[in-house]
Ligand binder design. Structure first.
Ligand code: MRU
Length: 331
């Protein structure tokens, strides 16, 4: 059955195998990968077949169940998945949650992974309800990357707010930033919005300032990969620029994330690890080199938006306003 006719979820468990929708192939092809070990899950996360902070966490939880079913050494399974991507703290959060179960049966680990997955959908629906109340009627809503069903267990965080606002007949129009270099906005968010019939247009990342200056944007809402105790937020590269632009134009700037994205051990964003990805993401388009041979490249995948640029942070608990203090929340 084509995916458009099914409840959208980026993975599902089937007969001892974790089936993952390969997000590198979307929207052109719906390819499902069958992951059979924690090592398979680590590769799928590193190479971004599965991506988005909450989805990475759910996949890692299933990875521990796979390892237990195979009788693999669980400490090694944990270590290899933990190291697969550094910025999204949901990965470590999910593995920490599985850890007390290492002495239990494989069935118990699987049950916990399924619980984490189901909870994530409920959490996103709560984020959607809290956040939709902040969406002005008829607003242009700008977002970046993909924070929808594909990036979570379902519904989404920032895109969950957009979905709920649309269901609430808020008559919104989404401006989806293309999200260079991997184009999650163009490929994935556009695909999800089209399936839900939510009015939208994709814009080049560099068009965001123009759109704000001309009054097309009434709200910016983004996701998060890690939120420090003071509210500093790491998210897809380009988010910080959007926050600066939004503040300059007096446009509300919201972050949406589950509390599993909060890293209360970090006092601020300065020590959030920022992933540096392969230069080929910039130098090549569709496997064709477009940059000169030997061209030096810097390719940080995330940036940190300081808390003072964030109007509110929406979690499943509600709407948090500045000054943020998440020292008792999350991991
Ligand atoms: O590199 P990606 O595609 O995994 O980055 C994803 C993001 O930056 C999302 O905004 C974030 O993970 C939140 S997804 C609900």
């Amino acid at each position: 059955m084509p995916l458009a006719h099914m409840a959208l979820a980026p993975m599902r468990w089937s007969d001892g195998v974790l089936l993952v929708l390969d997000q590198r192939e979307l929207p052109a092809r719906e390819v499902w990968l069958g992951l059979q070990s924690a090592e398979d899950v680590a590769v799928a996360i590193r190479e971004m077949a599965v991506r988005g902070a909450p989805a990475i966490g759910v996949a890692a939880a299933y990875g521990m169940a796979l390892a237990a079913l195979r009788g693999d050494y669980l400490a090694a399974a944990d270590a290899c998945m933990r190291a697969s991507r550094p910025t999204a703290v949901n990965l470590a959060w999910a593995l920490d949650r599985m850890r007390p179960l290492w002495g239990s049966s494989a069935a118990r680990l699987l049950e916990e992974a399924q619980r984490i997955e189901a909870e994530d959908v409920a959490i996103n629906q709560a984020i959607g309800r809290h956040g939709a109340a902040l969406v002005p009627q008829g607003a242009g809503v700008l977002t970046i990357c993909n924070t929808g069903s594909l990036a979570t267990a379902g519904h989404g965080t920032a895109l969950g707010i957009i979905r709920t606002a649309h269901e609430d007949a808020k008559a919104i129009r989404v401006l989806a930033c293309e999200t260079r270099p991997r184009q999650q906005g163009l490929r994935l968010t556009a695909w999800e919005l089209a399936q839900d019939g939510i009015p939208f247009a994709v814009i080049a990342d560099s068009a965001a300032g123009r759109m704000m200056a001309t009054g097309e944007v009434g709200l910016v809402v983004v996701g998060a990969d890690r939120i420090a105790a003071n509210g500093d937020t790491a998210n897809k590269i380009g988010t910080y620029s959007l926050a600066v632009l939004a503040n300059h134009h007096g446009i509300p700037f919201l972050v949406a994330a589950p509390t599993s994205t909060v890293d209360s051990a970090l006092p601020d964003g300065a020590s959030i690890p920022i992933e540096e990805r392969d230069p080929s993401e910039l130098t090549h388009v569709d496997c064709h080199r477009v940059a000169p041979e030997g061209c030096p490249v810097m390719n940080p995948a995330f940036d940190v938006t300081p808390a003072d640029l964030i109007g509110a942070i929406v979690t499943e608990l509600g709407v948090h306003c500045a000054p943020y203090d998440f020292s008792d929340l999350g991991r």
